[in-house]
Design a protein around this ligand. Structure first.
Ligand code: HEM
Ligand SMILES: *[C@@H]1O[C@H](CO)[C@@H](O)[C@H](O)[C@H]1NC(C)=O
Ligand SMILES: *[C@@H]1O[C@H](CO)[C@@H](O)[C@H](O)[C@H]1NC(C)=O
Length: 477
């Protein structure tokens, strides 16, 4: 309790110091003057701007409905605001998404909060630009491309089945969100990277993730301090593993070519990347996959529970696939390609409940866009909701209708995985993870939600506030 008060006080102190600084800078520099016309919108108080309104609506998972939508109505799809000291332009719509996402490195660069950068590490792919980004992305993409994924399918199947047998068969009540997080962690670390870890490791990683969007203030007990401590533990552990792997590979004992960890270490042996880059990107991959995949799966199950007709159709698809295999056999890539309807259901769930609200960019030059000028140094926030919830692109946008994906979707209108050079590197892995998990759950278990109207909270990634408890029982075979 006292720790929380302390943390609030010091955060308030930090804010007011920053505010004074902002006022000082404003008088000195004249508030980001530009000859061009700025988009309409309110900048609010110095430094604070509209930060409080932004976080309040984010916490209630109403960031689009309460913060963005009313401003679109008032000012149009592009408007200015000020968040946490940064003048920011929020942009909505397929055209804006295309413009800002495809101009990554040319007009904008991705821009993460201080805490995220410190915890993921300055050497992670999200901090890389241009040539360095291309190089790292190339190494990561080998394992996440078609050939790499083909090898992953049986491994994912094995992990999912093992996990379910061990955890779901012996219990009636399960937290779906907790299960998917544990599984995603295993799939990324063991199946994709090829690393084996002790049971407590997930906890240590989760402590890091909890701090990624926390205020970047360090004192004993703050989320950020705990996260940094956990991050140091992970670093020490990973450095050992990296060095052992390097030794093994240099003496010709790699063994698991194709596994992403070996790819990273080979890159290091070839001198293309550093030891820090290997460590930071392992942490980043866990972070990028963890809450996003889990939330996508949780929301897909929520939609299935609320639309029994969709559930029957989907189950039919999986029964057909299962009936063609001997029991206990792993699925193949071919099988996952038959899960067309399931993927429509998952995509529609991600349209209505995108795991990522949007993300920040920073202008690296003065940008002319739609008759407005966005001054160099300002932030730009593109959004998934701005198109996902717009009837220009999706008829009856609030209706759950997986069949809408039978028709082609206009480019840059459906962006759960982003777009442009920073398109999610793991989107095909996420797809496999989602499809395979659904397959084993719906074919093996009768399940129902225990908390049907469960609230979704954002912090700032969305999650079901009670962990999505479900009741499960094995189907008689
Ligand atoms: C449903 C699950 C997922 C969703 C919705 C998702 C969404 C996204 C989005 C929107 C971005 C772009 C962010 C931006 O433009 O600033 C991104 C980037 C990224 N994602 Fe994912 N992601 C998911 C799963 C994964 C998985 C499973 C992995 C890998 C294990 C992964 C690895 C990455 C990486 C490495 C990047 C950075 C790419 C770059 O900077 O070049 N993601 N993801
Ligand atoms: C499924 O795949 C895993 C991992 O590749 C393998 O160990 C296991 O033997 C496979 N199971 C069957 C029944 O083939
Ligand atoms: C599973 O649910 C179906 C339909 O609700 C029911 O007919 C079946 O008996 C259930 N099976 C088990 C093992 O509970």
């Amino acid at each position: 309790m006292t720790i929380q008060i302390c943390s609030l006080l010091s955060w308030a102190l930090f804010c007011s110091t920053a505010m004074l600084l902002a006022i000082f800078l404003k008088h000195r520099k004249g508030c980001g003057k530009s000859d061009g016309k700025l988009p309409p919108g309110e900048m609010g108080l110095p430094w604070i701007g509209e930060t409080i309104e932004f976080y309040r609506s984010q916490r209630d998972n109403q960031l689009f409905e309460e913060f963005v939508q009313p401003r679109i109505t008032k000012y149009g799809k592009i408007f200015k605001t000020r968040l946490m000291g940064s003048p920011t332009i929020i942009v909505n719509g397929a055209e804006a998404n295309r413009f800002f996402l495809s101009n990554e490195f040319k007009l904008v660069v991705s821009s993460w909060p201080t805490a995220s950068v410190q915890l993921m590490g300055i050497n992670s792919i999200m901090e890389k630009q241009g040539e360095k980004h291309r190089c790292l992305r190339g190494i990561i993409a080998t394992s996440l491309g078609p050939a790499g994924l083909e090898i992953l399918v049986p491994k994912i199947c094995d992990s999912v089945q093992l996990y379910l047998d061990k955890n779901w068969n012996v219990r009636e009540e399960i937290s779906l969100y907790h299960s998917t997080k544990a599984l995603t962690f295993t799939i990324v670390l063991e199946c994709l990277l090829g690393l084996n870890f002790e049971p407590g490791t997930l906890n240590t990683f989760e402590r890091v993730l909890e701090g990624v969007f926390a205020p970047p203030i360090s004192f004993p007990g703050s989320k950020f301090s705990r996260a940094k401590k956990a991050r140091r533990e992970i670093k020490e552990m990973l450095i050992k593993v990296v060095r052992e792997k390097r030794k093994k590979m240099e003496s010709g004992l790699g063994g698991d070519e194709g596994m992403l960890f070996s790819q990273l270490v080979s890159g290091m042996i070839r001198g293309e990347i550093s030891e820090e880059e290997v460590v930071d990107n392992v942490v980043l991959l866990v972070f990028a996959a963890h809450d996003t995949t889990s939330f996508a799966i949780a929301m897909t199950f929520k939609m299935l529970a609320e639309h029994p007709d969709c559930h029957s159709l989907l189950l039919q698809e999986h029964d057909d696939i299962m009936n063609k295999r001997r029991s206990g056999e792993n699925l193949t890539m071919e099988d996952t390609k038959k899960m067309k309807y399931t993927w429509q259901v998952a995509r529609e769930s991600m349209r209505l409940f995108p795991p990522i609200f949007g993300s920040f960019r920073k202008a690296i030059a003065d940008i002319e866009y739609e008759g407005f000028t966005i001054p160099k140094g300002w932030k730009v926030l593109w959004t998934t909701y701005g198109t996902h919830y717009n009837e220009e692109y999706f008829k009856d946008p609030l209706t759950f209708n997986p069949r809408r994906f039978e028709e082609p979707i206009p480019p840059y209108a459906y962006l759960p995985f982003g777009g442009g050079p920073r398109l999610c590197a793991g989107n095909q892995l996420a797809k496999l993870n989602i499809l395979i998990f659904i397959h084993y759950v719906v074919t093996r278990y009768n399940w129902s939600l225990l908390c049907p109207g469960e609230q979704i909270t954002m912090d700032p990634l969305p999650f079901p506030s009670h962990g999505m408890p479900i009741k499960v029982s094995l189907k008689s075979s």
